[in-house]
Design a protein around this ligand. Structure first.
Ligand code: GAR
Length: 197
């Protein structure tokens, strides 16, 4: 049966585009919703242009009450009945309650070679450490931030003269290859990690 995929984002949505564009033909999944906490997220317009339903749940009115924000997310999600959630640049930390509800069905992409550099500013931290390579990781989401079983990793070299921006661009190009490859496999119930290159 075709799997229904909801994609959560906060920003430009380039990973969302790569996921949506991959779900055609004999792909076992189809996008059912793009959901954002940010009404100004560029990804929303890109989703609409692709004919994917969109919704916004602004986190700000909920203040510190993450559970109420997540209840609102879940209410919207329930209307679209996703089987799989893909976090794609969704920049809100989720509570253990929400994560447990979706555990085993929720993926995230993170711009580092986890377990290195959980959290923010991953590229600057990799360069500051003098790392010879960087990359990205797709993993199942578990209650600890940027943890959970690894489903795929792509590596790129860190080059002399790299800035955080130039390294981020090189990693992002790999994110666009890795995330669709992992989603396709995951939607077929195969959790064997994909290691690129
Ligand atoms: C991507 O680089 C993604 O890995 C990162 O945000 C960017 C979103 O770009 N995610 C995180 O940092 C999550 N901790 P996009 O909106 O163009 O897909």
């Amino acid at each position: 049966m075709t799997q229904r995929v909801a994609i959560l984002l906060s920003g430009g949505g380039s990973n969302m585009v790569s996921l949506v564009d991959s779900m055609t033909g004999d792909h076992p999944a189809r996008p059912c919703l793009v959901l954002s906490n940010n009404a100004g997220a560029g990804g929303l317009e890109k989703a609409r242009a692709r004919g994917v339903p969109t919704a916004v749940v602004d986190h700000r009115p909920y203040g510190e009450d993450r559970s109420a924000f997540e209840a609102a997310l879940n209410a919207v999600l329930a209307d679209h009945a996703p089987d799989i959630l893909c976090l794609a640049g969704f920049m809100r930390v989720l509570t253990g309650g929400f994560v447990q509800e979706w555990q085993g069905r929720m993926l995230n992409i993170h711009p580092s070679l986890l377990p290195k550099y959980r959290g923010l500013h991953t590229h600057a931290r990799a360069l500051a450490a003098g790392d010879a390579e960087a990359g990205c990781t797709v993993h199942e989401v578990t209650p600890e931030l940027d943890e959970g079983p690894m489903l795929g990793q792509a590596r790129v070299p860190a080059l002399p003269g790299d800035t955080p921006d130039s390294l981020a661009a090189r990693v992002l190009a790999e994110e666009h290859v890795l995330y669709p490859a992992v989603l396709r496999r995951f939607a077929m119930n195969d959790r064997t990690p994909i290691l690129l290159p």
